[in-house]
Every structure is written in C-alpha cells, then in structure tokens.
Design a protein. Structure first.
Length: 220
C-alpha cells in the first residue's frame, strides 16, 4: 500500500518547476473538475485558466508509483504541463492508497439564494412598505377563508391551516405497554404472566366499535 508522493512529482517535473507552481495554483483555485485513479493510471479534467475550456489529462505511473509519462489536451500537453502537475497534486492530497481505485467529481456549486419577493417585484416608490401595519390573526383567518374557495390544495392555504389536534390515546393498552408495566414486571411465573397479558388484552365488542370510530378516516 502506497500513496502518491511529492518526490514523484518533483522528480518528473525537475526541469519544469514552473509547471509545479502553476499546477499548485490550478489545484488551489479548484480547477480540477474530475479525477479518477485505477491500476496505475490517473485520469481527470482540469479547467484551463482564463478560458472556459477543460483539458483531459492522463498520467501513467510505474510500479513504484513514480510518474512515467503524462498526456494533456492543452497546447503544451506533450511537455509536462501544469495541468498534469495539478492533477497529480490533487492525487497527492486525495489518494491515500494506490492499490484501490477511486474517482471524484467536483460538486456543482449553487451559491445562488432564492430571490425575495421584494427583489422580484421591486417597488417604483422609494422606501415603500406595502404593509401599513402587521397582519393580525383576523387578517390571516380572512385570507385563509378566501383561499379555501380555490380548493384545498392551494399551497398557501395548506400552510395556513392550523395543525390538527394530537390523536387521543386509544381506550386499550398496547401489548408493549402491558409487558412493560410495573404490574407485569412483578408477576412471577410464565403462566401467570401469560394469563395477565390475556386478561389485559381482551377487548369487548363495545371497545372494538369505539376504536373503529376513533381511527376512521383521515385528516379533513
Ligand atoms: Zn496541459
């Protein structure tokens, strides 16, 4: 088990030190678009600086994980270019063992936050505030009842609907409640315990009807 080394980088680029420093800049600026490593071959795409272009880069390693050769689509591609250096530097930081395949892809950055209503619909009057006062509960009820006329699936109406009452507990204990009860824990002997559960779990017809009534339907 080995990792990619700085020695391998500096040996290969010994006469192209500029490629290392430029490669480092590519790497730090997040120019590596994707990276994969398998069986001694590193493949990836590196963004060209100043251009909206991406170069495909391949790096071939020997059995000691030293760089044998590199290949890049850029004009300098045949001459140990900075894109190859950048891809290898990414490997130094991210490949912890060269006997295992790995692949990586840059996450798309979406730093755009949704526009607020004020930004979407700017007023043409300066410092204009459309509310002369804060809305009251009465305003909310009135809006909600208007929205209701459009049907129950109006999104805003749904949001404004008050939360339903928490469900009432059922008039029968669950088996779990029975066997975890203190009463049950004090009973000795398996037969006595079974008898106790049977007794507590027995449900009359009236209770069956009551539970059926309580659990009927869904939220209005
Ligand atoms: Zn290149």
């Amino acid at each position: 088990m080995a990792a990619l080394s700085i020695t391998a980088l500096s040996n290969f680029f010994s006469e192209e030190h500029k490629s290392i420093s430029r490669g480092e800049n590519h790497y730090k600026s997040g120019h590596i678009e994707c990276f994969s490593y398998a069986d001694g071959v590193i493949r990836g795409q590196v963004h060209a600086s100043m251009k909206s272009k991406v170069y495909k880069v391949t790096i071939y390693l020997d059995e000691k994980d030293c760089i044998k050769s590199t290949d890049c689509e850029c004009p300098r591609g045949a001459f140990k270019c900075s894109h190859a250096a950048a891809l290898f530097i990414h490997g130094i930081h991210n490949v912890s063992r060269t006997d295992v395949e790995c692949s990586w892809k840059k996450k798309k950055v979406t730093d755009k936050t949704p526009d607020s209503a004020t930004e979407l619909f700017p007023s043409n009057k300066e410092n204009y505030i459309c509310l002369s006062r804060m809305p009251t509960d009465e305003d909310r009820r009135s809006l909600s009842s208007h929205l209701r006329e459009y049907g129950r699936f109006t999104g805003l109406w749904w949001i404004m609907t008050p939360e339903p009452e928490p469900p009432k507990p059922l008039p029968i204990p669950t088996i779990e409640e029975v066997i975890l009860s203190e009463e049950f824990q004090c009973i000795e002997g398996l037969q006595n315990q079974i008898a106790h559960v049977q007794e507590r779990a027995t449900v009359s017809n009236e209770i069956v009807k009551e539970v059926a009534q309580l659990t009927k339907g869904q939220r209005d």
